[in-house]
Design a protein around this ligand. Sequence first.
Ligand SMILES: [Zn+2]
Ligand SMILES: [Zn+2]
Ligand SMILES: [Zn+2]
Length: 107
Amino acid sequence: MTSSSSSSTKICFNPYCKETVPERPRRGWRLRNGNYVELCDRCGFVYETGRFCESFHADDDGWRSCASCRKRLHSGCIVSTHAFVLLDAGGIDCMACARTNFIKASE
Ligand SMILES: [Zn+2]
Ligand SMILES: [Zn+2]
Ligand SMILES: [Zn+2]
């Protein structure tokens, strides 16, 4: 007797991608319902290296620059909500700069 698992095949959450998700999916960003997105290997890797928005949302609205290092951040996007912080005086900092500035400020 063979049990087929083809019914549980999932497609990558990335709407620009049609890959099937591997048995052990790559975990992406967190959804508003608290679940994590399941990505294929390729998209998971792009996400983990912080280039997801750069790769797939380059033509979308909502891009802003880090106030400290000018790195481009997709501030209008759920994928990047953990990649930057809003500054008290307006503008945004990327996570790396936010951490550095925080350490400086508390010294
Ligand atoms: Zn994918
Ligand atoms: Zn984005
Ligand atoms: Zn920065």
